[in-house]
Ligand binder design. Sequence first.
Ligand SMILES: [Zn+2]
Ligand SMILES: [Zn+2]
Length: 304
Amino acid sequence: MPGTETSGASASPAPHEAGDGTYLEALAKPLASTRGTGILPVLHGRGDAHATRGFARSVAIGHKLAHGAGRLLDLVYPRICPLCSELSDRPGRLICWRCFTRLPLHTVDQPHCRHCGLVPEGEAEGQFLCDVCRRAPPAFDMARTAAPFRSGVRVLLHDFKYNSATWYRADLTDLLEGALRTYYDPAQIDFVLPVPLHAGRLRKRGYNQSALLAASLARRFGLEASTAILQRFLATPTQTHLSAAARRQNVHGAFRVVHPEWVRGRTLLVIDDVMTTGATLHEVARALKRAGAWRVWVLAVARG
Ligand SMILES: [Zn+2]
Ligand SMILES: [Zn+2]
């Protein structure tokens, strides 16, 4: 139900409880695609081709080849863990097992806002409604994030977003996958949508980092990800130094649902890389709800 934990949430192991290896090992294995009707323009890693230039391109191709041809090519293109500089021992991934299991992930048993997933800094117990959700409830039904925006996760996300480090895609998708299994029921999701970038910014950056993650995540669950449903048609200035209220004002009316017929009555999972106050995601959800979406769930890699 909207605004509540799904029944599967408590049954799934929390990411940090994966010390026995079963959960994390399951993550390393690609899932076969079981759904997918092909009725929508589906993302097939759109952005990759534009994302990598020069040195970045050669590294990306190297990783692609290494993943495809197995361990032999690992000798030519060694996968070095960006967090400890050792060779990675996770198949097809850059972060090694040791660093991966030490990432500070959010867990279901941490105190958190039951609506937006905020994990408070100070004293709190169980589930509660945070100030923002009490005073001005966000338009999405529920939001959750995999990890706090700090240490290793922050480094990876920054390079992924600004330095064309798209080779972290599988590692970051692992975090989203764990959180999706923990907090939501994938079987109830109709479409996976990334938070759109404005066309101008997309041209400049060459790729939408959230679209790459949405496509990878959707593929693992046999779901469809699409950038065709929702557009960002206002280029909004950076929100970094704005208050929560100013951020909402800043992005007001920035998104437009291009295909409401694909949204009406559906459950949509919106993917972002970093969630801060949730103002952007509120505005995305508002546009989707106005177009008739039944439920809007939000999932981001990190909460900053
Ligand atoms: Zn490592
Ligand atoms: Zn909240």
